[in-house]
Design a protein around this ligand. Structure first.
Ligand code: GAR
Length: 230
C-alpha cells in the first residue's frame, strides 16, 4: 500500500521524553509525519505525561517476563489500531521484537547519545554511554540517528552530529550538551527519512553541510539551528 502524507508516527519512550517533546514541538508548514501514538514500557514514564499534555494517545506495553512473540503481537495490534507508518524510538530502552522490525523494516528510527558504532550495544544507554565516552578519553561525542534492525544500535546510520568533549566534563555535563543537539537533530532526521519514504525510496544518510563541526567546536554551546536550515 502506498504511503500518504503525513505519515502516522508512533514514538516509543521509556523515560522522561525530552526527545518526544522535541518531536512534538517540531512544526513545519508541510509535515511529512504526525505523532498519533506514544508507547512506553513503564507506567510512570514522563513521556506518558507529555503525550497526555499534547492530547496524543498513549499505551503502556509492559515487557517484563514476556516473550518477544507475545510482545510483538501486542505491539503490532496497537500500531495497526493507530494507523502507524513509522516508529521513532526516543529513549526506548528495550529491544524491538523481531516481528515489529520485520513489519516496519526501514521505518523505525532510533536516537543514541554517542557516535555509533562506538559506545553502542546492549547496556549502553543513557548515562552509561557518557561515562564510557569519558573513560575512553574520546574528544568527540554526539548523537546518532539510525534505522533499527534486530540488534541494539546496529542499523544503518542516518545522521550524526559531533559534539566536543571537554576535559572538565562530567557524565552529566556531557549528557546535557549532547541532549541539546539530539533535540535539534532528531526531528530533522525524521523529516529526511519520512520524505524519502513518501518518495517510495529507501532511506539513506541525511545530507549535512560540511561546516557543522565549526558550530560546535570551541565554545561547547549547542547551535540553535542546523546549517542549511536557512
Ligand atoms: C537520550 O539521551 C537518548 O539518546 C538516550 O536516552 C535519552 C532519553 O532522553 N537513548 C539511549 O541511550 C538509547 N540507547 P529523553 O527521555 O529525555 O528523550
Amino acid at each position: 500500500m502506498a504511503l500518504t502524507r503525513p505519515l502516522g508516527a508512533a514514538v516509543f519512550a521509556s523515560g522522561g521524553g525530552s526527545n518526544l517533546q522535541a518531536l512534538l514541538d517540531h512544526e513545519t508548514t508541510d509535515p511529512s509525519w504526525r505523532i498519533g501514538l506514544v508507547v512506553s514500557d513503564r507506567e510512570g514514564a514522563g513521556a506518558l505525561a507529555r503525550a497526555a499534555d499534547a492530547g496524543v494517545a498513549a499505551h503502556v506495553i509492559a515487557t517484563k517476563g514476556r516473550g518477544a512473540d507475545e510482545l510483538g503481537g501486542e505491539m503490532l495490534e496497537t500500531l495497526g489500531g493507530h494507523a502507524v507508518d513509522v516508529i521513532f524510538l526516543a529513549g526506548y530502552l528495550k529491544l524491538v521484537p523481531p516481528a515489529v522490525v520485520a513489519a516496519y523494516r526501514n521505518r523505525i528510527l532510533n536516537i543514541h547519545p554517542a557516535l555509533l558504532p562506538a559506545f553502542g550495544g546492549k547496556g549502553m544507554w543513557g548515562m552509561h554511554v557518557h561515562r564510557a565516552v569519558l573513560a575512553s578519553g574520546a574528544t568527540l561525542s554526539g548523537p546518532t540517528v539510525h534505522l533499527v534492525d534486530e540488534e541494539y544500535d546496529r542499523g544503518p546510520i542516518v545522521a550524526q552530529w559531533p559534539v566536543p568533549v571537554h576535559g572538565t566534563d562530567t557524565p552529566e555535563t556531557l549528557a546535557q550538551r549532547v541532549l541539546q543537539v539530539e533535540h535539534l537533530l532528531y526531528p530533522r532526521a525524521a523529516d529526511h527519512v519520512c520524505r524519502t519514504l513518501l518518495e517510495g525510496a529507501r532511506p539513506g544518510p541525511m545530507p549535512m553541510a560540511g561546516d557543522y563541526f565549526a558550530l560546535v567546536s570551541g565554545t561547547g554551546a549547542a547551535p540553535q539551528r542546523l546549517p542549511g536550515d536557512g
